[in-house]
Design a protein around this ligand. Structure first.
Ligand code: GLN
Length: 619
């Protein structure tokens, strides 16, 4: 019944039109930019779309991105990260594609389940409704019902906008490539949307690929032309074309593409490889594509030029830091195999990149495959590293090697950041090697272990009312005063971070671990769930360490949450900042001349060591 009302068409049962329009929605009021891939996928639709969205957001417009996936999974929670890249987790616990991370970072905007749609979600909602008899005896069809559902989702997002204000512009990224069976209905829905919303409401952008076969040594546009033609066969005329390529796209190649697709040259953009994706917003402006989009969508009168000026300056400082020549380098080990993990841990890579720009320091990532690491050879594997990250993970593969890495870092005062699994491994290592509980482990790796210091505690989850099998989404973490965690939180009594885990510190072991010297400096506000751990620091830093105080450490911290997910270019996550600052100390502090030079020239580092940055998102 609800559908009928929304359809605004009393005779839906007999009509061919089915276009749900949410209450309060005005046709033509919200604008849409649709990014479609041609030729092949993986070209960076999310990067182009988020860059363009950033440019408009900088101008004072409210933007809302959405990624529409063709696959049937309801979310990304069940996808293998080694196949599909990292599972990104949003504030509300949505497990989604890593592209949503790109949008959050580029736009500095928290997203929610509304910003992520899969075919599976759409079909499952429609099938549920069909069983409820909502369709009043009609045959339920791809068109108009499935396409109608897509339009409904887009319009609902437009109304909700960024969560505070309705969206001026919704950025729609369709997964895959034009011509794929599985995303065909999205493309049809978008064609219908453009028709219904009216002229000047939807801007279609085709992202295409210009190949440069080695044997020819020149750029060829045919594949791009064919790809765009395919899009036009679906009834969609692109307004703008972004050409992915290795090197800048030649004007004559752009001209050919422009001519064959009816798109003026001023709306064809060369999206060639660049030193950093974060330069793309400025390139878009430099090419005048921002003005083109404002014209296509008739948005010139919604722009705030002063706001744009400030936003551009702040962004330029970050990009300068990123691309500047850097005189100092730290080496950070990450336990995992590079080939497997590059995309699986994309957010860690990004979080380190943010710190690199902030501290104007090169960060060399060294991938440490832990399957063969043990206490005897660990020193060799971690030689010359200034810091180690044990990232999140599931299952027991390589866990004993990770344990050896933690032990090495703890005993040799190498800065350590444990994330989720890396937090749990640090607890187990401490129980085994400091408390002497040889059979300490997690029930995840060894269900029958003698002393499960980490275990699955369903009762606790019942109390917390989270249901499901994983603790997902953002939660408050209460911070213990006068700890490293409190320094990183800039003295605030709590931080807000995202979680994705099933196991946790067994509450029965907390007292014993603390008595042994482990500090739980972040906890659930009311439950005995441990969320941040650390070793006590020496007041004076590395130089003040006395050998008889073996557990004092310059930087040893673990988090049950995933701090990498909340790091943003202009607000690097403090646990990562702390790691990189400690790594710089580790590498250079013993050399007085380099260190005093660093203290003189690197104001960001100097300020950080003295006071923390005081600018974290939770502050
Ligand atoms: N496997 C661990 C758990 O489920 C850690 C999860 C993670 O690292 N994301 O609790």
């Amino acid at each position: 019944m609800e559908l009928l009302a929304e359809a605004g068409d009393r005779s839906m049962a007999n009509s061919e039109f089915y276009s749900p329009i949410p209450d309060g929605y005005k046709l033509g009021n919200h604008k849409y930019v649709v990014i479609l891939g041609t030729v092949m996928s993986g070209l960076g639709k999310g990067i182009f779309s988020s860059s363009m969205a950033k440019v408009l957001k900088d101008k004072g417009l409210t933007v809302a991105p959405i990624k529409m996936e063709g696959y049937l999974n309801i979310d990304s929670g069940t996808l293998n990260p080694y196949r599909h890249g990292e599972v990104f987790v949003l504030e509300d616990g949505t497990e989604c594609d890593m592209d949503l991370g790109t949008y959050e970072r580029m736009l500095d905007q928290d997203l929610s389940k509304r910003n992520f749609v899969t075919s599976g979600q759409i079909y499952s909602e429609i099938l549920d409704r069909e069983r409820q008899g909502v369709y009043l005896g009609r045959d339920v069809q791809m068109i108009p019902h499935v396409t109608g559902e897509v339009k409904r989702k887009l319009r609902e997002l437009a109304l909700r906008g960024d969560g505070n204000k309705p969206a001026d512009v919704v950025f729609v990224e369709v997964g895959g490539t034009v011509g794929d069976y599985e995303n065909g209905f999205y493309i049809e829905a978008l064609r219908e949307l453009a028709f219904e919303e009216g002229p000047g409401s939807v801007c279609f952008v085709a992202l295409t690929y210009v190949i440069e076969p080695q044997a020819l040594g020149e750029q060829k546009s045919k594949a791009a032309q064919l790809g765009i033609k395919r899009l036009m066969e679906s009834g969609i005329q692109p307004h703008m074309i972004a050409c992915r390529a290795n090197s800048p796209v030649e004007p004559k190649v752009m001209e050919k593409i422009a001519m064959f697709s009816n798109v003026p040259m001023g709306r064809v953009f060369s999206m060639h490889d660049r030193e950093s994706i974060y330069t793309i917003p400025d390139e878009i402006r430099a090419d005048g594509l921002d003005r083109e989009i404002l014209s296509i969508l008739d948005l010139h009168n919604r722009v705030d030029a002063r706001r744009e000026d400030t936003a551009r300056k702040r962004w330029a400082t970050f990009v300068d830091g990123l691309t500047a020549e850097k005189n100092h380098t730290v080496k950070i080990g990450i336990t995992g195999k590079y080939a497997d993990l590059r995309d699986a841990y994309a957010s860690i890579d990004k979080a380190l990149e943010h710190c690199s720009a902030h501290f104007r320091t090169n960060i060399e990532q060294v991938w440490v495959e832990t399957s063969d690491v043990n206490d005897r050879n660990v020193a060799g594997h971690l030689a010359d590293l200034d810091g180690v990250i044990v990232p999140g993970g599931f299952g027991s593969r390589g866990v004993e090697g990770k344990m050896a890495c933690v032990k090495h870092c703890r005993e040799n005062l190498v800065p350590y950041l444990g994330i989720c699994l890396g937090f749990q491994v640090a607890v187990i290592e401490f129980a085994r090697n400091v408390l002497g509980i040889a059979d300490a482990s997690s029930t995840e790796f060894d269900p029958m272990c003698g002393t499960p210091v980490i275990s699955e505690l369903p009762d606790q989850k019942k109390i917390e009312g989270l249901g499901g099998t994983m603790r997902l989404g953002a939660q408050d973490v209460k911070i213990t005063p006068n700890t490293l965690a409190s320094f990183l939180a800039d003295g605030h009594s709590s931080v807000h971070e995202r979680f994705r885990h099933r196991y946790e510190v067994d509450p029965a072991r907390i007292e014993q671990l603390e008595a042994g010297g482990l500090v739980f400096s972040g906890r659930h506000p009311d439950q005995p769930i441990m969320q941040i751990l650390e070793l006590p620091r020496t007041a004076e830093g590395v130089k003040g360490i006395a050998p008889e105080e073996p557990i004092t450490h310059p930087y040893f911290i673990g988090a049950q949450c995933h701090p990498e997910l909340t790091s943003r270019p202009l607000r690097p996550q403090p646990m990562f900042m702390g790691l990189v600052a400690a790594a710089l100390q580790h590498r250079y502090e013993h050399d007085d001349s380099i260190w005093s030079d660093l203290m003189r020239t690197n104001t960001a580092l100097k300020r950080w060591l003295r006071t923390g940055n005081g600018k974290h998102q939770n502050a």
